[in-house]
Design a protein around this ligand. Structure first.
Ligand SMILES: Cc1ncc(COP(=O)(O)O)c(C=O)c1O
Ligand SMILES: [Zn+2]
Length: 407
């Protein structure tokens, strides 16, 4: 195993690999897994990776588990990077790609981090796992815990809908509805987890972030071992964007790419803590925050536990952050489905809505290579379904032929 331990990106403090650690004792910021990069260069070549079967475990030298462990897997994919020619043409760009994370076993990018986190749990002999979620992460964790045969606690908000409860419960997880604010429950989950040996694979758990970073590796591989110019991605806790940055930075560290792409973080207008914080120092657009429940339910985190880390990375690596309205997100869902055949949930389509702002702001040049992270499938959470449906025509059988003949 090349896993050397954990490091805090703020104070630089290092932690040993044998303890399960989540956050820095000194600054309370999330920790990152670190590897012995100098010894990795020969083991992590393009030739070696190219020769392997696809899927996130092909990059296992850069994952924090022992080589002999059998991964807990439900068949997560190397998800497709679709070249979106029609969509690109419609917004005046030449090179737009959709990283279709909706293709994973439970329908979102969360399966990457869950697969890695659950494998770590098995390797370390943990008996119970948990997470804090009313959506994709809860569904993913419950499914993989079932596969691993581990007890699973899902902490969800008390006002959860019955459909969401179904997706959490069907895998046999113990769902506990907690009546309190997100950040309080997040902190409490880590404390209780330490005390009772329950491994909480929350949104920015260092091992979940390790899984998410493989999205960056696949993007580079699919673009011929080159980084794109831009990655446009949704953010809630900031775990996924932290993972994307980590993946690109590691590929640079071991010499596979020479440049880090610029990342644009996109959030809905009613819940945009990262955008708001970032706006103070950059040109992200000014928008009014409304007091309403957005259709982008997967991105509602008011206290992103990796928010400071994402802000630091955006500032250091010339990224940006933008908020978009629900109407813009629904329009993006329609366009992605109609032009490219990809049905995304609102959080999965929000990147396209953000991209249009980046074009208006002249941040993106026509020929730059842009990857949109389509983070989740639309079947489970279509968002504003009415806005996606055109009223169908009703005809009697005698008029059917003439309707079709009319074209
Ligand atoms: C579909 C989807 N996209 C994006 C995100 C945001 O990920 P993160 O919380 O890691 O920022 C989530 C989080 O729940 C999600 O479910
Ligand atoms: Zn620290």
């Amino acid at each position: 195993m090349n896993f050397e331990g954990y490091k805090c990106g703020f104070c630089g403090r290092e932690f040993f690999p044998d303890e399960i650690q989540y956050r820095c004792d000194l600054c309370d910021e999330p920790l990152s897994v670190v590897y012995e990069y100098s010894s990795l260069e020969k083991k992590t070549t393009v030739e070696r990776f190219s020769a392997r079967h696809s899927g996130l475990w092909k990059y296992r030298e850069l994952l924090p588990v022992v080589p002999s462990i059998q991964p807990v897997s439900l068949g997560e994919l190397a998800t497709p990077l679709h070249e979106a020619k029609t969509l690109a043409g419609s917004i005046g760009l030449s090179n737009v790609f959709l990283k279709n994370e909706g293709r994973h076993p439970t329908g979102s990018f969360k399966d990457r981090g869950t697969s890695v986190g659950m494998t770590v749990a098995v390797e370390r002999g943990v008996k119970a796992v948990g997470t804090l979620s009313h959506g994709n992460m809860g569904t993913s964790t419950a499914a993989y815990a079932a596969k691993a045969g581990l007890t699973c606690y899902i902490l969800a908000p008390a006002n959860i809908s019955s459909t969401r409860l179904l997706y959490l419960s069907v895998y046999g997880a113990r769902v506990i509805l907690v009546e309190d604010e997100y950040d309080a429950v997040y902190n409490e989950s880590l404390k209780i987890g330490m005390k009772y040996d329950v491994f909480f694979i929350n949104s920015d758990n260092p091992f979940r972030t390790e899984g998410s970073k493989t999205m960056a590796f696949e993007i580079v591989e699919d673009l011929g071992w080159e980084a794109p110019d831009w990655v446009v991605a949704p953010a809630s806790s900031g775990g996924m964007v932290s993972g994307l940055y980590k993946g690109f930075l590691e590929f640079k560290e071991i010499g596979i790419i020479s440049d880090i792409p610029k990342i644009a973080v996109i959030q809905p207008v009613n819940s945009k803590p990262i955008v708001t914080a970032f706006k103070k120092e950059a040109e992200a657009i000014e928008r009014v925050s409304h007091d309403f429940i957005s259709i982008v339910r997967s991105l509602g985190n008011p206290y992103p536990p990796s928010g400071n880390r994402v802000l630091k990375l955006l500032r250091e690596l010339k990224g940006t952050a933008i908020a978009v309205s629900d109407e813009e997100t629904s329009a993006a869902q329609r366009e992605m489905a109609r032009m490219e055949g990809v049905f995304a949930e609102p959080a999965g389509a929000i990147a396209l809505a953000g991209l249009k702002h980046l074009i208006k702001l002249h941040r993106i040049e026509k020929d730059e290579k842009v990857v949109l992270i389509v983070s989740g499938f639309g079947f489970r959470d279509p968002g504003d379904a009415d806005s996606l449906v055109d009223k169908p025509l009703t005809v009697g059988i005698n008029n059917l032929e003439s309707e079709i003949a009319r074209k």
